[in-house]
Ligand binder design. Sequence first.
Ligand code: ZN
Length: 294
Amino acid sequence: MGTLKKAAALLLCLLFAAAGLTVAAADYPELTPEELDPAPSLLTVMTLNRETGAGGPATQTDLPGEDFVEEDDPLGVFTINHGSRNSKKIAITMDDMFDTEWTWKTLALCKQYGITMTFFPIGRSLKEEDRDNWRAVIEAGCEIGSHSSYHAQFKGIGEWIAIGRLGKFQEMLDKTLGFHYEVRWFRPPFGNISDSSGRASTAMVRAIRTYGYEHILRWDVSNTDPNKAFEATRNGSILLYHSRHKDYVCLTELIPRLLEAGLQPVTVSELFGFPPPETSEELYTFDIHDYVGK
Ligand SMILES: [Zn+2]
Protein backbone atom coordinates (compact mmCIF):
# COMPACT_ATOMS: atom_id res chain seq x y z
CA MET A 1 0.00 0.00 0.00
CA GLY A 2 2.85 2.37 0.95
CA THR A 3 4.36 2.04 -2.50
CA LEU A 4 1.00 2.64 -4.09
CA LYS A 5 0.48 5.79 -2.02
CA LYS A 6 3.93 7.03 -3.02
CA ALA A 7 3.11 6.35 -6.63
CA ALA A 8 -0.19 8.21 -6.26
CA ALA A 9 1.56 11.16 -4.63
CA LEU A 10 4.15 11.22 -7.39
CA LEU A 11 1.40 11.11 -9.99
CA LEU A 12 -0.32 14.08 -8.29
CA CYS A 13 2.96 15.99 -8.30
CA LEU A 14 3.40 15.27 -11.98
CA LEU A 15 -0.18 16.39 -12.65
CA PHE A 16 0.41 19.66 -10.81
CA ALA A 17 3.67 20.15 -12.67
CA ALA A 18 1.84 19.58 -15.94
CA ALA A 19 -0.90 22.01 -14.84
CA GLY A 20 1.80 24.59 -14.03
CA LEU A 21 3.22 24.22 -17.52
CA THR A 22 -0.24 24.67 -18.99
CA VAL A 23 -0.67 27.92 -17.07
CA ALA A 24 2.72 29.13 -18.29
CA ALA A 25 1.81 28.28 -21.88
CA ALA A 26 -1.45 30.20 -21.53
CA ASP A 27 0.57 33.32 -20.71
CA TYR A 28 1.66 33.54 -24.32
CA PRO A 29 0.29 36.91 -25.31
CA GLU A 30 -2.74 37.63 -27.48
CA LEU A 31 -3.42 34.39 -29.27
CA THR A 32 -5.89 34.66 -32.11
CA PRO A 33 -8.43 31.88 -32.71
CA GLU A 34 -6.49 31.03 -35.90
CA GLU A 35 -3.33 30.53 -33.91
CA LEU A 36 -5.09 28.33 -31.40
CA ASP A 37 -6.73 26.32 -34.14
CA PRO A 38 -4.01 25.11 -36.50
CA ALA A 39 -4.48 25.77 -40.19
CA PRO A 40 -4.41 22.79 -42.57
CA SER A 41 -0.79 23.51 -43.49
CA LEU A 42 0.18 23.13 -39.83
CA LEU A 43 -1.61 19.81 -39.65
CA THR A 44 0.37 18.72 -42.71
CA VAL A 45 3.54 19.62 -40.90
CA MET A 46 2.61 17.62 -37.86
CA THR A 47 1.81 14.61 -39.99
CA LEU A 48 5.08 14.97 -41.89
CA ASN A 49 7.16 15.19 -38.76
CA ARG A 50 5.40 12.23 -37.22
CA GLU A 51 6.29 10.22 -40.30
CA THR A 52 9.89 11.33 -40.45
CA GLY A 53 10.41 11.03 -36.71
CA ALA A 54 12.82 12.98 -34.57
CA GLY A 55 16.44 13.54 -35.42
CA GLY A 56 16.96 11.49 -38.53
CA PRO A 57 17.30 12.81 -42.04
CA ALA A 58 14.45 12.45 -44.47
CA THR A 59 14.53 9.34 -46.59
CA GLN A 60 12.85 8.81 -49.92
CA THR A 61 9.89 7.10 -48.25
CA ASP A 62 9.46 10.06 -45.91
CA LEU A 63 9.10 12.46 -48.75
CA PRO A 64 5.75 13.75 -49.82
CA GLY A 65 4.42 13.07 -53.30
CA GLU A 66 5.39 14.96 -56.42
CA ASP A 67 2.46 17.31 -55.99
CA PHE A 68 3.54 18.25 -52.47
CA VAL A 69 5.31 21.31 -53.83
CA GLU A 70 2.63 23.11 -55.79
CA GLU A 71 3.76 24.86 -58.93
CA ASP A 72 1.76 28.01 -58.20
CA ASP A 73 2.46 28.01 -54.48
CA PRO A 74 5.84 26.34 -54.07
CA LEU A 75 6.05 27.23 -50.39
CA GLY A 76 2.54 26.30 -49.29
CA VAL A 77 3.87 24.13 -46.47
CA PHE A 78 5.82 24.65 -43.27
CA THR A 79 8.48 21.95 -43.59
CA ILE A 80 10.43 22.03 -46.84
CA ASN A 81 12.41 18.97 -47.93
CA HIS A 82 13.02 19.80 -51.58
CA GLY A 83 12.11 22.10 -54.45
CA SER A 84 10.27 21.45 -57.69
CA ARG A 85 10.92 18.04 -59.27
CA ASN A 86 10.36 19.65 -62.67
CA SER A 87 13.41 21.90 -62.46
CA LYS A 88 17.09 21.03 -62.83
CA LYS A 89 17.87 23.37 -59.95
CA ILE A 90 19.16 21.83 -56.74
CA ALA A 91 20.45 23.39 -53.51
CA ILE A 92 23.65 22.26 -51.82
CA THR A 93 23.69 23.35 -48.18
CA MET A 94 26.31 23.21 -45.43
CA ASP A 95 25.58 23.35 -41.69
CA ASP A 96 27.20 24.13 -38.34
CA MET A 97 30.62 25.68 -39.16
CA PHE A 98 32.23 24.38 -35.98
CA ASP A 99 35.36 24.22 -38.13
CA THR A 100 35.24 27.04 -40.69
CA GLU A 101 38.36 25.87 -42.52
CA TRP A 102 36.12 23.58 -44.60
CA THR A 103 33.57 26.34 -45.11
CA TRP A 104 36.10 28.60 -46.82
CA LYS A 105 37.45 25.68 -48.84
CA THR A 106 33.91 24.85 -49.93
CA LEU A 107 33.39 28.48 -50.94
CA ALA A 108 36.52 28.22 -53.10
CA LEU A 109 34.99 25.11 -54.66
CA CYS A 110 31.83 27.08 -55.49
CA LYS A 111 33.93 29.75 -57.22
CA GLN A 112 35.93 27.11 -59.08
CA TYR A 113 32.77 25.58 -60.57
CA GLY A 114 30.79 28.82 -60.85
CA ILE A 115 27.98 27.61 -58.59
CA THR A 116 26.31 28.93 -55.46
CA MET A 117 25.14 27.25 -52.28
CA THR A 118 23.71 28.09 -48.86
CA PHE A 119 25.57 28.02 -45.55
CA PHE A 120 23.75 27.51 -42.24
CA PRO A 121 26.14 28.43 -39.42
CA ILE A 122 25.13 28.38 -35.79
CA GLY A 123 25.42 31.80 -34.16
CA ARG A 124 28.27 30.71 -31.92
CA SER A 125 30.43 29.78 -34.90
CA LEU A 126 30.20 33.35 -36.22
CA LYS A 127 33.25 35.40 -35.28
CA GLU A 128 33.99 39.01 -36.12
CA GLU A 129 37.51 38.02 -37.17
CA ASP A 130 35.85 36.04 -39.98
CA ARG A 131 34.02 39.12 -41.25
CA ASP A 132 35.85 39.21 -44.60
CA ASN A 133 35.21 35.50 -45.18
CA TRP A 134 31.48 35.80 -44.49
CA ARG A 135 31.27 38.88 -46.68
CA ALA A 136 33.04 36.88 -49.40
CA VAL A 137 30.32 34.21 -49.09
CA ILE A 138 27.66 36.81 -49.94
CA GLU A 139 29.78 38.49 -52.62
CA ALA A 140 30.19 35.11 -54.34
CA GLY A 141 26.39 34.95 -54.66
CA CYS A 142 26.07 32.31 -51.96
CA GLU A 143 23.50 32.59 -49.18
CA ILE A 144 23.57 32.47 -45.38
CA GLY A 145 20.72 30.85 -43.44
CA SER A 146 20.11 30.39 -39.73
CA HIS A 147 20.93 27.22 -37.80
CA SER A 148 19.92 29.05 -34.57
CA SER A 149 22.19 30.74 -32.02
CA TYR A 150 23.69 27.50 -30.79
CA HIS A 151 23.38 23.79 -31.54
CA ALA A 152 20.56 22.69 -29.24
CA GLN A 153 17.30 20.88 -29.92
CA PHE A 154 14.20 22.94 -30.57
CA LYS A 155 11.90 20.22 -29.36
CA GLY A 156 10.46 20.63 -25.90
CA ILE A 157 11.60 24.23 -25.40
CA GLY A 158 9.35 27.19 -24.66
CA GLU A 159 8.10 29.43 -27.42
CA TRP A 160 9.94 32.50 -26.15
CA ILE A 161 13.16 30.55 -25.88
CA ALA A 162 12.77 29.53 -29.51
CA ILE A 163 12.13 33.11 -30.58
CA GLY A 164 15.15 34.19 -28.56
CA ARG A 165 17.47 31.71 -30.29
CA LEU A 166 16.28 32.88 -33.71
CA GLY A 167 16.62 36.54 -32.84
CA LYS A 168 20.04 36.07 -31.29
CA PHE A 169 21.28 34.33 -34.43
CA GLN A 170 20.28 37.30 -36.60
CA GLU A 171 21.93 39.66 -34.13
CA MET A 172 25.16 37.63 -34.14
CA LEU A 173 25.22 37.44 -37.94
CA ASP A 174 24.73 41.19 -38.37
CA LYS A 175 27.47 41.87 -35.84
CA THR A 176 29.81 39.56 -37.72
CA LEU A 177 29.05 41.05 -41.13
CA GLY A 178 28.94 44.67 -39.98
CA PHE A 179 25.64 45.21 -41.80
CA HIS A 180 22.10 43.82 -41.68
CA TYR A 181 21.48 40.70 -43.75
CA GLU A 182 17.83 39.64 -43.67
CA VAL A 183 18.05 35.86 -43.17
CA ARG A 184 15.31 34.06 -45.05
CA TRP A 185 15.76 30.40 -44.10
CA PHE A 186 15.89 28.56 -40.81
CA ARG A 187 17.16 25.03 -40.48
CA PRO A 188 16.66 23.77 -36.91
CA PRO A 189 19.58 22.01 -35.25
CA PHE A 190 19.14 18.27 -35.92
CA GLY A 191 16.66 19.22 -38.63
CA ASN A 192 13.49 19.07 -36.62
CA ILE A 193 11.32 20.76 -34.04
CA SER A 194 9.35 17.69 -33.00
CA ASP A 195 8.65 16.87 -29.37
CA SER A 196 9.25 13.44 -27.79
CA SER A 197 6.18 12.03 -29.55
CA GLY A 198 7.76 12.91 -32.90
CA ARG A 199 5.15 15.59 -33.54
CA ALA A 200 5.95 19.21 -34.24
CA SER A 201 4.04 21.15 -31.62
CA THR A 202 1.67 23.80 -32.87
CA ALA A 203 3.21 26.12 -30.29
CA MET A 204 6.69 25.71 -31.81
CA VAL A 205 5.40 26.28 -35.35
CA ARG A 206 3.65 29.38 -34.04
CA ALA A 207 6.83 30.61 -32.30
CA ILE A 208 8.93 30.22 -35.45
CA ARG A 209 6.30 32.04 -37.48
CA THR A 210 5.96 34.74 -34.83
CA TYR A 211 9.68 35.39 -35.19
CA GLY A 212 9.26 35.70 -38.94
CA TYR A 213 10.20 32.41 -40.62
CA GLU A 214 7.37 30.93 -42.63
CA HIS A 215 9.10 27.57 -43.01
CA ILE A 216 11.75 25.28 -41.69
CA LEU A 217 14.18 23.86 -44.18
CA ARG A 218 15.20 20.22 -44.21
CA TRP A 219 16.73 18.15 -47.00
CA ASP A 220 16.16 15.04 -49.08
CA VAL A 221 19.78 14.00 -49.67
CA SER A 222 22.39 13.54 -46.95
CA ASN A 223 25.30 11.28 -47.80
CA THR A 224 29.05 11.82 -47.73
CA ASP A 225 29.63 8.97 -50.18
CA PRO A 226 29.70 10.80 -53.55
CA ASN A 227 28.27 7.78 -55.41
CA LYS A 228 25.32 7.38 -53.05
CA ALA A 229 24.74 11.14 -52.91
CA PHE A 230 24.79 11.35 -56.71
CA GLU A 231 22.30 8.49 -57.06
CA ALA A 232 19.96 10.03 -54.48
CA THR A 233 19.96 13.51 -56.02
CA ARG A 234 16.97 14.36 -58.18
CA ASN A 235 15.54 17.55 -59.69
CA GLY A 236 14.85 20.01 -56.88
CA SER A 237 16.90 18.12 -54.27
CA ILE A 238 18.25 19.86 -51.18
CA LEU A 239 21.57 18.30 -50.17
CA LEU A 240 22.82 18.48 -46.60
CA TYR A 241 26.51 18.71 -45.73
CA HIS A 242 28.52 19.84 -42.74
CA SER A 243 31.67 21.90 -42.45
CA ARG A 244 33.97 18.89 -42.12
CA HIS A 245 36.86 17.37 -44.01
CA LYS A 246 34.97 14.30 -45.28
CA ASP A 247 32.05 16.39 -46.50
CA TYR A 248 34.39 18.71 -48.37
CA VAL A 249 36.13 15.74 -50.00
CA CYS A 250 32.73 14.35 -51.05
CA LEU A 251 31.76 17.69 -52.61
CA THR A 252 34.99 17.88 -54.63
CA GLU A 253 33.87 14.71 -56.40
CA LEU A 254 30.12 15.24 -56.31
CA ILE A 255 29.83 18.80 -57.70
CA PRO A 256 31.43 18.09 -61.12
CA ARG A 257 29.28 14.96 -61.46
CA LEU A 258 26.09 16.88 -60.69
CA LEU A 259 27.05 19.53 -63.25
CA GLU A 260 27.84 16.88 -65.84
CA ALA A 261 24.36 15.43 -65.26
CA GLY A 262 22.87 18.82 -66.11
CA LEU A 263 21.83 19.73 -62.57
CA GLN A 264 22.26 23.32 -61.51
CA PRO A 265 23.32 24.01 -57.89
CA VAL A 266 21.82 27.31 -56.67
CA THR A 267 21.04 28.99 -53.36
CA VAL A 268 17.91 27.96 -51.47
CA SER A 269 16.34 31.34 -52.30
CA GLU A 270 16.98 30.81 -56.00
CA LEU A 271 15.65 27.25 -55.78
CA PHE A 272 12.31 28.74 -54.73
CA GLY A 273 12.43 31.77 -57.01
CA PHE A 274 13.32 34.42 -54.45
CA PRO A 275 15.85 37.23 -54.97
CA PRO A 276 18.90 37.21 -52.67
CA PRO A 277 18.19 38.31 -49.06
CA GLU A 278 18.05 42.06 -48.54
CA THR A 279 20.76 43.98 -46.76
CA SER A 280 20.79 47.34 -45.01
CA GLU A 281 23.08 49.42 -42.83
CA GLU A 282 21.26 49.24 -39.50
CA LEU A 283 22.23 46.18 -37.47
CA TYR A 284 19.42 44.12 -35.99
CA THR A 285 19.21 43.96 -32.21
CA PHE A 286 17.02 41.31 -30.64
CA ASP A 287 14.35 42.59 -28.25
CA ILE A 288 11.76 40.08 -27.09
CA HIS A 289 9.20 42.91 -26.67
CA ASP A 290 9.19 43.39 -30.44
CA TYR A 291 7.49 40.00 -30.72
CA VAL A 292 4.89 40.32 -27.97
CA GLY A 293 1.43 40.34 -29.48
CA LYS A 294 2.69 39.58 -32.99
ZN1 ZN B 1 23.66 21.06 -37.28
